[in-house]
Design a protein around this ligand. Structure first.
Ligand SMILES: *Cc1c(COP(=O)(O)O)cnc(C)c1O
Length: 461
């Protein structure tokens, strides 16, 4: 298969969804109405939507068949048992609790194990994970390896955790105050970068030394396993399923958003081996999600996830998935657009700070680039820079570490010609990058401003 350069989508299309062409003039109007915030756009006015890969995937014919098969019994539905079997096939944890999304699993888990004085280390906490840890009064630590902090540095497993830093953190805070260690696969906030099995084993050793459980934030477990198969010694011939089971065997539990590698539009779960924690978690689940055999999901959702988990570990799918993300990233780099390296699994992160040096961080180069991609080509990406991270509770504003625009790729949704179009538009914008101007915020809420803030372009640069 690797002999041919053209990326073949390993599926054909039998149900289509029109996307609407708009003109630059129309998009100028939509931008003004939305206060130059792409979250405020009507999705119908977006041509290629790369805002997120979460819940935006296309379901297969077998998943739609599962939707029809969905059994809506309140307790003990056959759909629940199919879901459970499919989850356990990859993640044989003793207790599995479905939830409506990944963050619900996080909220339940950290309600049980968090609290003031507790410290939860991770390679990098995803933002909802961090928020759920901190909401309980606990502290969230990010301990990714040094290479993971430098956008242009090449490393095969840039999502790895710094195990010396982990050991030091446990000693500093005391093992009794560290209820669990979390490893995010792939490391979303760090650019979709994978974690090696060797690193997971090393983290496990540190955890064992201090009798601390290890949990996976497993949202992109299949993409992570694909990278292990490609890059880690000794795994070239292993099946994706076996690699995933080896990852799972190193952990004591997991949180999951099925909106990612479940290839479902909604859902998630919390799983663990510990009976005492599981009982507390189940009680919380009943309180806010639902009875433990549906956990806030319809039977049909459980079916879609059960089937999605079988499809996501197929090698033809993963080869296409990872190659098509790399195809976009490599093409952008080739036309001179700096991107976080190496290209991650689910998204390409454009370094807007490097592309637009004339725009100071607090005039939001990432916002400027994201708006330009929409204005010129109807493409919606997501600013991950000072708009998202620059605002602090004390009212101060400081620049983020990086000014990025994330182009996240929905699963099985766009074809190579869509991606070629994105490359063409990005190139046109990059060739005129010197003309782009910064933005000022004219309205913002006290927190999480990136979702609702309104902007105004600053006069010609
Ligand atoms: C999306 C995501 C979550 C949260 O899942 P939701 O389903 O959006 O609530 C947690 N961790 C990571 C790494 C994610 O990508």
């Amino acid at each position: 298969m690797d002999r041919w350069k053209t990326i073949i989508e390993p599926h054909r299309i039998k149900s289509v969804e029109p996307i609407r062409m708009t003109t630059v003039e129309e998009r100028d109007g939509y931008l003004r109405e939305s206060g130059y915030n792409l979250f405020n756009l009507h999705a119908a006015d977006v041509l290629i939507d790369l805002l997120t890969d979460s819940g935006t995937g296309a379901m297969s014919a077998e998943q739609w068949a599962g939707i029809q098969r969905g059994d809506e019994s309140y307790a003990g539905s056959p759909s629940w048992y199919r879901f459970l079997e499919s989850v356990r096939e990859l993640f044989p944890f003793k207790h599995v609790m479905p939830t409506h999304q990944g963050r619900a699993a996080e909220r339940i888990l950290f309600s049980v194990v968090g609290g003031p004085g507790r410290v939860v280390p991770s390679n990098t906490h995803f933002d909802t994970t961090r928020a759920n840890v901190e909401f309980t009064g606990a502290q969230a630590l990010d301990l990714v390896i040094e290479a993971g902090r430098h956008p242009s540095e090449i490393h095969p497993f840039k999502g790895n955790m710094d195990t010396d830093a982990l050991e030091a953190a446990i000693r500093r805070h005391g093992a009794a105050n560290v209820p669990l260690v979390m490893v995010t696969v792939t490391n979303n906030s760090g650019g979709g970068q994978p974690v090696s099995l060797a690193n997971l084993r090393a983290v496990r050793e540190v955890c064992d030394r201090h009798a601390i459980p290890l949990f996976l934030d497993a949202c992109r477990f299949a993409e992570n396993a694909w990278f292990i198969k490609q890059r880690e010694d000794g795994y070239a011939d292993a099946s994706i399923g076996d690699i995933v089971r080896e990852m799972a065997a190193l952990a004591d539990g997991m949180t999951m958003s099925a909106k990612k590698d479940g290839i479902a539009n909604i859902g998630g779960w919390l799983a663990m081996n510990d009976d005492v924690w599981a009982e507390q978690a189940r009680n919380l689940e009943i309180l806010t999600e639902g009875f433990p055999t549906y956990g806030g999901l319809a039977g049909r959702d459980l079916e879609a996830i059960a089937q999605g988990l079988r499809e996501v570990v197929e090698e033809d799918y993963l080869r296409y998935r990872i190659r098509s993300t790399a195809y976009l990233g490599e093409a952008l780099v080739e036309v001179g657009i700096p991107c976080v390296q190496p290209i991650g699994g689910h998204a390409v992160y454009v370094d807007a700070g490097a592309l637009l040096p004339q725009i100071p961080p607090l005039q939001y180069p990432g916002q400027s680039l994201a708006v330009a991609l929409y204005r010129e080509g109807g493409i919606r990406g997501c600013e991950i820079g000072s708009v998202m991270f620059g605002q602090h509770a004390d009212g101060l504003e400081t620049p983020a570490a990086m000014e990025l625009v994330r182009l996240a790729i929905p699963r099985r949704v766009y074809t190579q010609s869509h991606v070629d179009y994105v490359i063409e538009v990005a190139r046109w914008v990059a060739e005129r990058a010197g003309d782009l101007r910064g933005y000022r915020i004219v309205e913002q809420p006290p927190q999480l401003r990136h979702f609702t803030a309104r902007f105004e372009p600053i006069g010609e640069a």
